[in-house]
Design a protein around this ligand. Structure first.
Ligand SMILES: [Zn+2]
Length: 272
């Protein structure tokens, strides 16, 4: 399966660059998969409407300090590659936070796959804190939801997983990674003998995933605020490290906002 690496929105978190230079410019790293004649998007990034009016993102827009560049949206990139937006038949959302779901409205015909728990959290937030993660304007077009819950009997490198997704090839497997949000998940994609695992926001910078390395203080503070279930999210990170250790180099991890991973995997540079 051919994998394209797209940055669907450059965020320049205020103060982050001062506290940790690695966070000065962060992508919204989405994947575009060519699955036969169909296109599959992993995460939708920032959409056209939010690029035009970042205040739609609410108070978080002040923190994110989004680069207003409509050409970075998934839909514009799909068009530049010679495809039609309607060719995107499926979108797999790691979660529905405002920086991952804004692009959904640019592909109103696509089936949108999420964990059942994430759909529930978004539709019925349990707390004020949970409510402010999700922007109702991102879902007003009425996405064609496909929710997932039932785990497959066969694990994926020791992790719970969901295989045999309706309408999708077997090389795409969902990996529930709750913690950042109630129904956060990773998306594993097989190419040849290797796997790429889009980890969403399970981690932020790849240094966090090095054995024996403690996350930088700024990252630790940020994650205490950002994760709905912080201990759970830390457990998931350890489980992901174990996958890398035990896979013998066949699994590559990537996270949505990791700048160096995006530049390496896409062969492109980030510009603010
Ligand atoms: Zn995010």
């Amino acid at each position: 399966m051919k994998i394209h690496h797209l940055n669907c929105g450059t965020i320049r978190p205020r103060m982050a660059g001062v506290l940790n230079p690695a966070m000065a410019l962060m992508p919204c790293h989405c994947l575009l998969l060519e699955a036969g004649a169909d296109l599959v998007l992993v995460d939708a990034g920032i959409g056209l409407a939010d690029m035009a009016e970042p205040r739609r993102l609410g108070p978080m827009s002040l923190v994110l300090n989004l680069k207003q560049e409509p050409e970075e949206t998934a839909v514009r990139q799909v068009e530049r590659m010679g495809f039609a937006p309607g060719d995107v038949k499926h979108i797999l959302c790691t979660h529905l936070d405002l920086d991952h779901a804004g692009g959904l409205a640019d592909f109103p015909q696509a089936r949108v796959h999420v964990m059942e728990a994430e759909h529930e959290a978004c539709a019925h937030p349990g707390t004020a804190r949970e409510k402010k993660r999700y922007r109702p304007c991102h879902f007003q077009h009425g996405p064609d939801w496909v929710t997932h819950q039932e785990l497959s009997p066969e694990k994926w490198f020791g992790l719970d997983c969901i295989r045999d997704l309706p309408g999708l090839p077997p090389e795409i497997v969902l990996i529930p990674l709750p913690g950042h949000t109630r129904g956060h998940m990773g998306v594993a994609v097989k190419t040849g003998d290797a796997w790429l695992l889009h980890c969403g926001d399970a981690y932020d910078l790849r240094d966090e995933m090095l054995e024996g390395r403690r996350s930088p203080l700024t990252i630790r503070l940020f994650q205490h605020v950002a994760h709905m279930d912080h201990p759970g999210a830390m457990d998931r990170k350890e489980a992901l490290k174990a996958v890398v250790r035990e896979s013998g180099g066949t699994v590559t991890l990537m996270a949505t906002h990791e700048p160096a991973e995006y530049e390496e995997l896409s062969g492109k540079r980030l510009f603010g």
